[in-house]
Design a protein around this ligand. Structure first.
Ligand code: 5GP
Length: 192
């Protein structure tokens, strides 16, 4: 098949507040849809234990990040709780033009920017059953200090206001049910 006839891949924008369980749901999605590729973002945040450069993120310095902005290397980029995060443009464009479906796990400001740029994208927002439950989950995860937890909870209150801009809202109350809901959304969207 020549390149001109390849069906463009679908772009999935996947957002949800910190601690809502979107990473866990994502792991299941990548197993369920082996042809769906996770876009690895660049970030200035320090790696958490177990995070691998080039797999979870490209961990870069502020200088490297700013150079990527200057070189127009990002599809979108945002600052979140004091750290910078960005979606590498070329990698995503290449995958889409080769017919590969790509999922961006990004926060809401970046997510809504991408939705504006690519209105045909599949956008999914994962919601917690409540803010109190979100705070409880963040504490249980134990990967952030108290100040960061409070920052992330405050951020979540703001982020949730943008949920209606996403095509699909999924509440992660019971994990299995949320996973199944997202899987059926993607099955439907990928088959169109
Ligand atoms: P974390 O530090 O918990 O890995 O990520 C913090 C937030 O940044 C999460 O909501 C995550 O989805 C988001 N994020 C990760 N990569 C990107 C990116 O490339 N762009 C934007 N805008 N947000 C990102």
């Amino acid at each position: 098949m020549s390149e001109g006839t390849v069906k463009r891949g679908k772009l999935v924008v996947y957002s949800g507040s910190s601690g809502v369980g979107k990473g866990t749901i994502m792991e299941h999605l990548l197993k369920e849809f082996p042809e769906l590729k996770f876009s690895v973002s660049a970030t200035t945040r320090a790696p958490r234990p177990g995070e691998v450069h080039g797999v979870h993120y490209f961990f870069v310095s502020h200088e490297e990040f700013d150079r990527m902005i200057e070189e127009d290397g990002f599809l979108e980029n945002e600052t979140f709780c004091g750290n910078k995060y960005g979606t590498p443009k070329k990698a995503v464009e290449d995958m889409l033009s080769q017919g590969t479906n790509v999922i961006l796990e990004i926060e809401v400001k970046g997510g809504t920017n991408v939705i504006r740029k690519f209105p045909e994208c599949v956008s999914i927002f994962i919601l917690p059953p409540s803010i109190e439950e979100l705070e409880r989950r963040l504490r249980k995860r134990g990967t952030e200090d108290e100040e960061t937890i409070l920052k992330r909870v405050a951020e979540a209150r703001e982020e949730i206001k943008s949920a209606p801009l996403y095509k699909y809202n999924v509440i992660n109350g019971e994990l299995e049910a949320a996973i199944n809901e997202v899987i059926s959304i993607l099955k439907k969207e990928f088959s169109e």
